[in-house]
Design a protein around this ligand. Structure first.
Ligand code: BEZ
Ligand code: FE
Length: 315
């Protein structure tokens, strides 16, 4: 492969441009044999866009080499607890773009945001009013609200997974001791309401000791995420909602490392000084606490949602 040094694509000689275009056409044509039409579409479009990028920036061989080394390092640091490729997708905004494409706004339905790499299957069930912190460090936070459809009708029995970082900025899976803390699941009651104890969300950095962290540092970007509490809400006949709530007033709202903040997801976390009685009479041992209300509205299942290709939709 020869190194192209002629600067911007516009200054490349016509003959050279023709050679480059010829290669793109050949690679695109090589996917004509794909049996699966969607796979064919994806690979041909990927080829066109990738080559357009290479040609636009006139990528040097040294830069291509650096890119391969970056991806290799991302692979090496990835295991069943650390997923550097999800982080990469997140910091490039690719996760949020895919969410935007697949979760079109529907009436007053609650908006979706990024899943992140810290969701874990098999969280403990907590009763309504139970405590999902399981001893995680942080200020107690009372979370309550309703789950309804877009007409305001209660959705009973909605399964709600909730998870968050502790006040030191770590999820349970980031500790080496196999603890389960600050995660759990519960179900909305027959009136579609729910309530539970969590901990007040605090800001934390996405894991930045790997290649993605090095990339952020190289471009002068912060790894910090705005404070948030994760939700995954599922109910029969409803579009699955994967989202967070964010803390109004958090100074990181405008510069979340993964572009996850949406205005409609910013909520008032009310501070209650030590000694203020808790809603359920819990003894808070002289600690202050916070509370937040999050009314969740679920779109119908047959609207664009996670895992539903736009072609499959019947809006
Ligand atoms: C999270 O919110 O857990 C998260 C999202 C994206 C990257 C890293 C963490
Ligand atoms: Fe998170």
């Amino acid at each position: 492969m020869g190194t192209e040094t002629s600067g911007a694509a516009g200054q490349v000689a016509a003959e050279q441009q023709a050679r480059e275009k010829d290669l793109v056409d050949k690679v695109v044509a090589s996917f004509e044999t794909a049996q699966d039409p969607r796979l064919k579409q994806l690979m041909q479009a990927l080829t066109r866009h990738l080559h357009a990028f290479l040609r636009e920036v006139r990528l040097t061989e040294a830069e291509w080499d650096a890119a391969i080394r970056f991806l290799t390092a991302a692979g090496h640091i990835t295991d069943d607890k650390r997923q550097e490729f999800i982080l990469l997708s997140d910091v490039l905004g690719a996760s949020m773009q895919t969410i935007a494409i697949n979760n079109e706004a529907y009436a007053n339905a609650t908006e979706a945001t990024v899943l992140g790499p810290f969701f874990v299957e098999g969280s403990p069930e907590i009763p309504l009013g139970g405590d999902m912190s399981f001893g995680a460090a942080g200020q107690p936070c009372w979370v309550e609200g309703t789950v309804t459809d877009t007409d305001g009708k209660p959705v009973p029995g909605a399964r709600m997974e909730v998870w968050e970082a502790d006040e030191d900025g770590f999820y349970d899976v980031q500790y080496d001791d196999d603890r389960t803390a600050a995660r759990g699941h519960l179900f909305s009651d027959e009136t579609g309401t729910y309530r539970f104890w969590a901990i007040t969300p605090t800001p934390y950095p996405i894991p930045h000791d790997g290649p993605v962290g090095a990339l952020l540092a190289a471009v002068g970007r912060s790894p910090m995420r705005a404070s948030h509490l994760h939700f995954d809400v599922r109910a029969e006949g409803r579009r699955t909602l994967i989202t967070h709530i964010f803390v109004r007033g958090d100074e990181l709202l405008g510069r979340d490392a993964v572009f996850g903040v949406k205005d409609s997801l910013i909520h008032d976390f009310v501070e209650h000084p030590a000694g203020t009685p808790a809603p359920d009479g819990r003894d808070l041992a002289g600690r202050s606490w916070s509370s937040v209300r999050f009314d969740i509205v679920l779109a119908p299942a047959d609207t664009a949602g996670p895992g539903i290709a736009s072609d499959d939709r019947s809006l």
